[in-house]
Design a protein around this ligand. Sequence first.
Ligand SMILES: Cc1ncc(COP(=O)(O)O)c(C=O)c1O
Length: 489
Amino acid sequence: MEQMRKELLALQEQCAALEPDTGTRNAWDTAILDYAHRFVDGLPEGKAYDTGLSKGDKLLERPVPEDPQPVEEVLDFYLRSVDEPGLNPASGGHLGYIPGGGIYAAALGDYIAAVGNRYAGIYYGSPGAVQMEHALIRWMADLFSFGVQAGGTLCSGGSIANLVAICAARDNRELRPAQYEKAVIYLTDQVHHCIDKALRIAGLEYACVRRIPMDALDQMRVDALAQQVQKDKEDGWIPWLVVASAGTTDTGAIDPLEAIGDLCRRAGMWFHVDAAYGGFFVLTEEGRQKLRGLDMADSLVIDPHKGLFLPYGLGAVLVKDQRHLLRTNYYLANYMQDAYRQEMPSSPADLSPELTRHFRALRLWLPLQLMGLRPFRAALEEKLKLGQYAAEQLGKLPGVALRNPPRLSVVCFRLVADDDALSDQRNLALVDHIKQDGKVFLSSTVIDGRVYVRMAILSFRTHLDTVDYALDQIRLFLAGAENAATGSK
Ligand SMILES: Cc1ncc(COP(=O)(O)O)c(C=O)c1O
């Protein structure tokens, strides 16, 4: 026994480094905060995309060391391997895909959450962490007038939030596997691909997906939807789910939510809206008008790591009736019995597939408390106006055709040429040209078989000067092409 005690004390001494003393913590804090501040302060002058040679490959060669490495060397290696190459999503010049942002206060929220390591899965473990999530879900549910029965959960992002919603829709309808092949899902070609993925993961790969035609504004045609639903009913199918988009990724289009909601109610279908990108525009007057009908959804996805500019890692799913999430996710296990011995508010673990989870509410709650909602509203309004401004300016350029007037803050356009193939090449060349300069970053997409360029304005760091810079780059590219065509230099 004495020997055992000696060995234990020796091991205790060896693992003491896992609890660094105040001096070491201070040294790390200083170095890491210094790094973070240099990073943020350097953003205005830095690139949104770095095509440099370093691609992070050195990470594969670097061993996991047995002994500690100096913090400065580790940070320097990190800078060169991770923060320099590729896309910088923290840059205001990020105008591709759907930009996030990374507001600083959210990082501080993550920091405290990790240091305290509150167990945010079950009320019994950390009533405060759980109530913070409930308070945020309540706030979001109220934003969309979801009513008192509403519930929801914070997820890692929009894809998982959509998956949680699809599973709730499946279970609420009590669909049995034998019925899957008769169940019909209605959506458009512009729905985010995470919906197709969610359907497959939810076991619904062989359900019938009807792609409803769109109008000239890339919105679902409700007349076509109504006709299809009617026909499906007559033919013995089970019209089950409509997935609408409130801000598509490609063009920012918003499906006619009120009309779809109305149809779903009449036909007894579940109405799901993917508002991962567009949802938080509801905080602006213009957005509120454009998003009318969201309150009719049975389930709704909104992403704070898009529309509230948080660092990646926060999506949310809301359901009209919390029981719909409980139906899918609630389980009791023997080893959890203490957590459920008395009546308590519901727990995130009962509303989502996760048990142990990151205390992710704090990364949203802290910024909202420290800064208030006002600057968020202003930034969202600014993004809408920047989208309109960019579209107006692009519309004036010869040889540029807008896909349609932007509904939100994604501007989708195409450089036109004599034939489609040439035009496709020029649009891809424009994206490459802009990437080489790197100060701003645009992405391309394919709609109806044609290449389009997208300017997606959502970062809180994107302002008028950023959009002007992007427009100048497009003008430069057009002038270069013009000169090449006329043979001048
Ligand atoms: C409309 C829409 N839905 C869902 C997603 C998927 O969200 P995430 O990337 O957070 O998983 C995206 C991502 O851009 C999106 O734009």
